[in-house]
Write a protein that binds this ligand. Structure first.
Ligand SMILES: [Zn+2]
Length: 273
């Protein structure tokens, strides 16, 4: 059996009065009062809706149930809308840089990426990594993903399978020594790859979807335009951090695409999320 109308009105009156008490006393009083009212079967809903500024009136339990139910549905719909949109509006994209590290241009690129809070993926050769291990270390420390691009930028052919494989292993060992982390990703030079290496070496090949041919152009605006105009979400952009124009263009691309609402991620996030 529920409480009578008089009971509820009385409870509401005391409840409203209790809001005038100092904080500590109020909390103590309200908790005790709530427990007391609960014993008399006056629900939490009554007391909740009797707070000043809320419904300053008597509602039946049925009405309160409807209000609470509607409130829940509206909150759910709003939350779903906001969260759902946030999910679908996250346009992810990955910038990748091959052939480095270059002692000067790569550092320049890292500075620019750090300023913008952007993470990218570097596919480095073992040869260049062994010359500039400090740059590799910096890439790793600043949250970029590092992948294998063979030792000497060798292209896989029918007759050099074993040499190619050795170069991959040598480069991974070197990079793991510098970063302390396992190297799982490989970008085969010129995109030539043998699927059986994936199991043999436990490596994941990463190709690309947008190639602005940055290495054959010294026109920054042209490189930038080629990328910005073609790009779509989940694209993997191929660039090189071995040329000054590429680095300048890459930072311009980052600025323009950030403004368009893209989020830069490493290839790992594009491939596995
Ligand atoms: Zn390359």
């Amino acid at each position: 059996m529920g409480a009578s109308w008089i009971d509820v009105q009385g409870a509401l009156f005391i409840w409203r009065w209790s809001w005038g008490l100092p904080l500590k006393e109020r909390i103590l009083f309200q908790v005790r009062f709530y427990i007391y009212m609960k014993k008399r079967k006056v629900g939490l809903a009554y007391i909740f809706y009797a707070q000043p500024g809320r419904f300053d009136m008597y509602l039946t339990k049925k009405e309160l149930k409807v209000i609470i139910l509607l409130g829940g549905i509206i909150t759910g719909v709003l939350f779903w809308g906001v969260y759902g949109n946030a999910q679908s509006e996250l346009k992810e994209i990955a910038l990748t840089f091959d052939d480095g590290p270059h002692p000067y241009y790569t550092e320049q690129l890292l500075d620019g990426l750090l300023d913008r809070g952007v993470q990218v993926t570097f596919f480095v050769t073992g040869e260049h990594a062994s010359l500039h291990p400090d740059v590799i270390k910096r890439m790793h420390e600043e949250g970029h993903l590092i992948g294998n691009h063979t030792y000497s930028h060798i292209q896989l052919r029918n007759d050099n399978r074993e040499v190619f494989k050795k170069e991959l292993i040598l480069t991974s060992v070197l990079l793991e020594e510098i970063t302390g982390e396992e190297i799982s990703y490989v970008r085969p030079p010129y995109g030539t790859w043998d699927k059986s290496f994936e199991e043999e070496l436990n490596m994941i090949p990463v190709l690309w979807t947008v190639d602005p041919l940055d290495w054959c152009s010294d026109n920054v605006a042209c490189i930038t335009e080629r990328v910005v105009e073609r790009v779509d979400e989940n694209d993997i952009i191929l660039m090189h951090d071995y040329y000054e124009t590429s680095v300048t263009a890459a930072l311009e691309i980052v600025d323009e695409l950030l403004e368009e609402g893209y989020t830069f991620v490493t290839v790992e996030e594009i491939m596995f999320e």
